[in-house]
Design a protein around this ligand. Structure first.
Ligand code: THU
Length: 161
């Protein structure tokens, strides 16, 4: 028997002002775009904005539905849009923020399991890690070098061969 271990590190910033300028601007855009979320059931408005290798930005917000499972997270709205509008162009960095209308929005939340799967496949597809910036409307900010780090031992297309 041998034991394997998976670890990853990430950066924690106390305020947006301590981020590098382009990251601070991307986070600000993600916070702003939360206003475009359609989240009448959860009151949890998520906004994501990504900057691509070609300098273009793509955004997404969560889109809920009265038939709850039909709803889509902000990250997957963004990724599907990017795949269509900017086909094949890798995403350099994605900032994800949220406004919780039922509580606080003062700490980072990280993508749900389904979005982690989608993010991981996007990275594989365009052969570049997606850097993540996670935060609420205020408070600490997490910076993670690759979304795939959030999904160790992931299942992927190679497993189907
Ligand atoms: N949600 C996202 O859009 N992204 C996340 O990373 C976590 C959750 C959405 C799904 C749902 O509309 C609401 O937030 C509450 O779960």
């Amino acid at each position: 028997m041998k034991r394997e271990e998976v670890r990853f590190g990430y950066e924690v910033f106390d305020t947006a002002e301590s981020l590098q300028a382009d990251d601070a601007a991307l986070l600000e855009a993600a916070r702003k775009v939360t206003a475009k979320a359609y989240a009448p059931y959860s009151n949890f408005l998520v906004g994501a904005v990504a900057i691509l290798n070609n300098g273009e930005t793509v955004s997404g917000t969560n889109q809920e539905n009265a038939s709850y499972p039909v709803g889509i997270c902000a990250e997957r709205v963004l990724l599907a849009s990017a795949a269509m509008l900017q086909t094949g162009i890798p995403i350099r960095t994605m900032a994800i923020a949220y406004q919780n209308n039922n509580g606080e929005s003062d700490r980072p939340v990280s993508p749900c399991g389904m979005c982690r799967q989608y993010l991981a496949e996007y990275e594989t597809r365009v052969k570049q890690p997606i850097r993540l910036i996670l935060s609420g409307m205020k408070g600490k900010i997490f910076v993670i070098e690759s979304a795939g780090l959030l999904l160790p031992l992931s299942f992927g297309g190679a497993d189907l061969k």
